[in-house]
Design a protein around this ligand. Sequence first.
Ligand code: HPA
Length: 271
Amino acid sequence: MIKPIDEAVSFIRSRSRLQPAAGVILGSGLGDVADSIDVETAIGYGEIPGAKASGVAGHQGRLVLGRAGKAPVAVMQGRIHFYEGHELGDVMFLTRVLGRLGIKSLVVTNAAGGVNTSYGAGDLMLISDHINFMGVNPLRGPNIDELGVRFPDMSESYPESLREMARGVARSIGIKLQEGVYLALSGPTYETPAEIRAFRTLGADAVGMSTVPEVIAASQMQIPVLGISCITNMAAGILKQKLTHQEVMDTTARVQKQFAALVLGVLEKLA
Ligand code: HPA
């Protein structure tokens, strides 16, 4: 149904006149980018009709409307996840709201485990494509025709033109970028070493528990996506150590400055 989505759009418009050119979704521990935004309005997810609040440590759960340099942006500081028990319609909800608000592009970020053994914890990876291994497609069910077609094309969800722009930004500020395929699982367990070996064979470079539903929602609305993963840890079985959420948070804290510089540089180009 389009009505709840457009009701949320009306509510946001009643709180802010800013017309965002780009939307941004900040992943686990990556919320600090919002500190560099000249905030016009911040709205808690709980205030937005139809939106669900985020309950994960490291996720703030607010929508920030403001400017990144000159660029008017709408930043989701924290997302909600499938593993929290939410329906995928709820996971996609705010992305669709941003789409109906009129964003022209979407920057999605996440924390991910490195599957490609040439990666290291702390690397940033441009997402060149994804593999949906969540076990379900978020668009299953009646199509909302106002948002797009029943059978959306996914062959250019992460356009080369946006990645080329991001590579340029990274070069200009001296940040090394990896580039690869993000494979999404439902979580909340981390993977087994056997799963990681299998996913490497399938062509995955990184694994995570988010992002794909939002990218599918954006793709249906024909909104181009730039994806950036922060490789917070090497995936299961690669190193002789266990995986913890603490490591994820520690790594995002360590690369936060670089990451924010990249995202802000990208946003200024998207305006
Ligand atoms: N697996 C899945 N999701 C993740 C990981 C991981 O290793 N690291 C951060 N998010």
